[in-house]
Design a protein around this ligand. Structure first.
Ligand SMILES: [Zn+2]
Length: 198
């Protein structure tokens, strides 16, 4: 009998050391926004069915909730998504919440894109040599702007809180507008999304 495994599992098995690990991230667009009450935030994410119970032995990591597929829309007609650790692979789709004391740039190591300058709109290709933890200098128009003002074209985010949904390749799945709206309501601040691989 032939067993047909999803492509991702086959790739993981064949190249376990070099397969990129990618996630979908949700973050507030306002970079200094912070969650007031973390446990209340977690209950609200449970209530909207994005997350379920916490994964034991991991901090701030949760199984996906019962309304996961209402919130996250996969491309293609029948996605194979693994929601629990399996025999073939330990990597599975779950939700991690990250909190930071100050805004942090999460930038993809793979398929990285040059951020576009808020002043001249041009891509700043060598930004890594012209950045502080808070700003980037654009040599093209000779202005310095906050990291959060650059357009990272959905391959980076700059915030103090991130909801990471693991095991999603860039554009493999996108959050529904209703989820972003619910997050906007919970936090009374606007949320956006991006992808990051490492
Ligand atoms: Zn510029």
């Amino acid at each position: 009998m032939r067993i047909i495994l999803p492509i991702k599992t086959l790739i993981n098995e064949a190249m376990s050391t070099s397969t990129p690990s990618c996630s979908l991230f949700l973050s507030p667009t306002q970079s200094n926004f912070t969650i007031g009450d973390n446990s209340q935030f977690i209950s609200q994410l449970e209530e909207i069915g994005l997350i379920a119970k916490e994964i034991s032995n991991q901090n701030d990591a949760f199984f996906t909730g019962k309304r996961y597929f209402d919130h996250i829309s996969y491309m293609g007609c029948s996605p194979t998504v693994q929601f629990e650790p399996g025999e073939a692979s330990n990597s599975f789709c779950h939700v991690k919440i990250h909190y930071y004391d100050r805004a942090k740039l999460v930038v993809s190591q793979i398929q990285a894109r040059a951020p576009h300058c808020p002043n001249c709109s041009k891509p700043v290709k060598d930004w890594t040599s012209d950045t502080t933890e808070e700003t980037i200098n654009c040599k093209l128009c000779n202005t310095t702007s906050d990291i959060g003002e650059f357009n990272w074209r959905k391959m980076a985010g700059y915030a103090r809180v991130f909801i990471e949904i693991t095991d999603i390749f860039p554009k493999e799945a996108i959050p529904q507008q209703t989820l972003l709206d619910e997050l906007n309501q919970i936090c009374t601040t606007e949320w956006s999304y991006f992808y990051s691989c490492h």
